[in-house]
Design a protein around this ligand. Structure first.
Ligand SMILES: [Zn+2]
Length: 313
């Protein structure tokens, strides 16, 4: 489904991070390397792109909220929007899911040359965790001694997969949304979401927006209804859940994990410990399911058989 292009300022949960970054740009204090982190669908790429646009623009304009943003009119903005700005470089994983050392070497080669337009050069690396160790080491040299006027903006949902030496050379901006921010924003887009789904996708509004409009969401709603029947003591509902999970075990086992975990936290004590045990079985099962050569249907059968032991009387 085609999504309209939104700016970070249209995403309330990104405003304060954008504001901080824009102020740093205005004061010429932006660190040469910025790392934006947060779960998938939080808007890291949007924020990276807006920041890059602001750096590239030669006549930034203030918004009603007082933030400085790219004008969208000047020659630099037009070149960037057309994908032709010589001082704007964008990098993300290739078809194989990797950012290669060759790609980084090409970046550093360009970075060593003089800039063309506003005197600034901006490199955006989306999904920086896709750099293999050779690529990361090649980038490290540029991060250690960035040429004047060069800014590197990286994003990642899994900063644990970045080299510590990379992380330590970046100014870190963690991004997140509260359940209220996610719910409000989705409602503005005529979308409603229940609490279970919010937690499942860690309140990431853009991920939620995509998910709610997907076929998978109707499956999740069926799942939720079955879970409620099981909660009310209907053991047969668990068998129907099993069939739903078996259709896409690796993804949907997470649904059950999420529900059982939430319920275990609220249940009275004998039930809570049984649910916690079931939860641990589910976590183990998730590990097994992700391995290759596993009979997934059998594995789902097995883990659900633990659920049957939960006594809800
Ligand atoms: Zn401009």
């Amino acid at each position: 489904m085609a999504q309209q292009v939104l700016s970070a300022l249209q995403m309330p949960w990104l405003r304060s991070a954008y504001g901080t970054l824009a102020q740093s740009v205005a004061a010429n204090r932006l660190p040469a390397a910025v790392l934006l982190t947060g779960v998938a669908g939080i808007g890291k790429r949007t924020l990276a792109d807006d920041l890059a646009s602001l750096l590239i623009c030669v006549q930034p304009q203030p918004t009603e909220l007082g933030h400085l943003r790219a004008c969208g009119q000047c020659k630099s903005c037009q070149l960037k929007d057309a994908g032709n700005h010589p001082d704007y470089l964008f990098l993300t994983a290739n078809d194989k899911g990797t950012i290669t050392v060759d790609a980084i070497r090409e970046l550093t080669r360009v970075t060593a040359q003089a800039t063309h337009q506003s005197g600034r050069r901006v490199i955006v690396i989306v999904g920086a965790e896709a750099m293999n160790s050779n690529a990361a080491n090649a980038l490290l040299k540029t991060l250690e001694e960035p040429p004047a006027g060069t800014f590197i903006i990286m994003t990642t949902a899994v900063s644990s997969r970045l080299l510590p030496t990379i992380i330590s050379r970046c100014q870190h901006y963690p991004l997140s949304a509260s359940p209220e921010q996610a719910t409000d924003w989705l409602q503005q887009h005529q979308l409603n979401v229940d609490f279970n789904v919010l937690t499942l996708l860690q309140n990431a509004p853009l991920a939620l927006q995509n998910f709610i409009q997907s076929e998978e969401y109707s499956q999740l709603q069926a799942f939720s209804a079955l879970y409620a029947r099981w909660q009310q003591g209907e053991k047969g509902a668990l068998n129907e859940l099993k069939e739903l999970i078996a259709q896409a075990p690796v993804e949907r086992i997470n649904w059950l994990i999420n529900w059982v975990s939430a319920e275990a936290k609220q249940a009275p004590s004998p039930l809570a410990s049984q649910l916690s045990q079931f939860y641990r079985n589910l976590l183990n099962s998730r590990v097994v399911l992700s391995q290759s050569g596993i009979n997934q249907v059998l594995q789902v059968e097995k883990v659900i058989s633990y659920g049957v032991l939960v006594n809800r009387e």
